[in-house]
Design a protein around this ligand. Structure first.
Ligand code: HEC
Length: 193
């Protein structure tokens, strides 16, 4: 049987679509990086200053309020959903990953174990929900730097005062025991398309 024109046209569409999608994903990635990433060094900087000036207990508000507030500003500018997630949360109410995020975080840990640099771990892709709604999802690893250890390091390295403050505010804290260079969590961006 001779293939119809419509059939041939649909074939070429199918072969063109992955290329179109790759191009769309590349420009979404570039734009998301440019918009969402500049806030990250600001958070680390604020953390460093606060720990130096006030010690870890006095610096808790930076990770608790200042970081979410800086992310809130980017959310307001863009209308995107932006938050921090982790496989081992301190605050499970805000930081628990969904299935996509949990899968990518687990993949970051595998890539790290295979020699990837933590600051290079990121992933972005267009996902289609069951109802057909498309969105662009992006996840960027937040590596454990020296300053993070003062509040996320091994439990026996934390002062009694800090442990008491964390236990009071975060009875379900699982975010200790980290070493420098590990993945503490990730910045997660969702852009409805
Ligand atoms: C002064 C103590 C302190 C320091 C230093 C600190 N954190 Fe945190 N971190 C916290 C607290 C407290 C929370 C819980 C915040 C909340 O209530 O949402 C938190 C939460 C987080 C979360 C959100 C997910 C979760 O577990 O709830 C991430 C991600 C995170 N920290 C990464 C880092 C990284 C990366 C560094 C170093 C650059 C760092 N933190 C340094 C105290 C700290």
């Amino acid at each position: 049987m001779k293939p119809t024109v419509a059939f041939l046209a649909s074939l070429s569409l199918v072969s063109v679509m992955p290329a179109v999608r790759a191009q769309e994903e590349a420009s979404l990635l570039a734009e998301t990086r440019k918009t969402a990433l500049p806030v990250l060094p600001k958070v680390v900087q604020a953390m460093q200053t606060a720990v130096q000036e006030n010690g870890p207990v006095g610096a808790i508000p930076v990770c608790k309020e200042k970081a979410p507030q800086l992310l809130q500003e980017v959310r307001q500018q863009t209308g995107w959903s932006i938050r921090r997630v982790s496989l081992k949360t301190r605050n499970p109410a805000t930081g628990t990953p969904d299935a996509w995020e949990a899968r990518q975080l687990a993949d970051f840990n595998i890539r790290l174990a295979n020699g990837a640099k933590p600051e290079q771990l990121e992933v972005g892709e267009i996902v289609v929900a069951a109802g057909g709604q498309r969105s662009y999802r992006y996840l960027k690893a937040l590596p454990v730097a020296e300053v993070c250890l003062s509040c996320h390091g091994p439990a026996d390295s934390l002062s009694a005062e800090l442990k008491a403050a964390l236990a009071r505010d975060y009875p379900q804290d699982r975010a200790t025991g980290y070493a420098a260079g590990q993945v503490r969590g990730a910045l997660s961006v969702i852009r409805p398309l």
